[in-house]
Design a protein around this ligand. Structure first.
Ligand SMILES: [Zn+2]
Length: 178
């Protein structure tokens, strides 16, 4: 298919693909997590594309790149700023505004779950199943609570015409004073 193309066309196009694949998994401080989604084929690029198509989102270059950073490493909790930082390190050319928009689009179609910790901080969770969270104050870390350890008692009855969509519990932790 490339016959007849000027040779510099290839050199212009190639780096964009390789950098997205090769740089993101090697970010310092992040252990590669084993894949947890059994419906995936093992090829992250292919998986993200079919994930986006499956929820009716066009697999644009930016959605693909951000989706790959988000979903290729198992379950994680990220703020928009954290994802923006990872994307920048992986040399994905993207603005913080685009990261925000993409995270909200992913949330709207059910690929992500939003966890509001306080007025100023919102985390996006790649695990959309029902579960609750510890939030470590001062360290800005959101951690899943093993589901067996949470007992929700006395759920209020919903007002007339409403039903309870979900109960989110964020248990705030701080280190004990010595
Ligand atoms: Zn979680």
């Amino acid at each position: 298919m490339l016959t007849g193309r000027p040779s510099n066309w290839i050199s212009v196009m190639t780096p964009t693909r390789t950098m997205v694949f090769s740089n993101a998994p090697a970010l310092p401080g992040h252990q590669p997590a084993p894949p947890v989604r059994t419906d995936l084929t093992g090829c992250p690029w292919h998986d993200v594309k079919s994930m986006l198509r499956g929820v009716g989102l066009r697999p644009t270059r930016q959605r693909m790149a951000l989706g790959w950073i988000l979903f290729a490493k198992g379950d994680r909790h990220l703020t928009a700023e954290m994802l923006y930082e990872e994307a920048t390190k992986a040399k994905v050319p993207v603005s913080l505004a685009t990261v925000y928009n993409t995270l909200h689009q992913f949330t709207d179609v059910g690929l992500l779950r939003q966890v509001a910790v306080d007025g100023s901080k919102t985390y996006f969770d790649t695990n959309v199943s029902d579960h609750h969270h510890f939030f470590v104050e001062g360290e800005n870390e959101l951690v899943d609570i093993p589901s067996a350890e949470v007992v929700v008692g006395n759920t209020p009855s919903a007002p007339e015409g409403y039903e309870i969509a979900r109960v989110d519990i964020v248990v705030r932790l701080r280190r004990k004073a010595r």
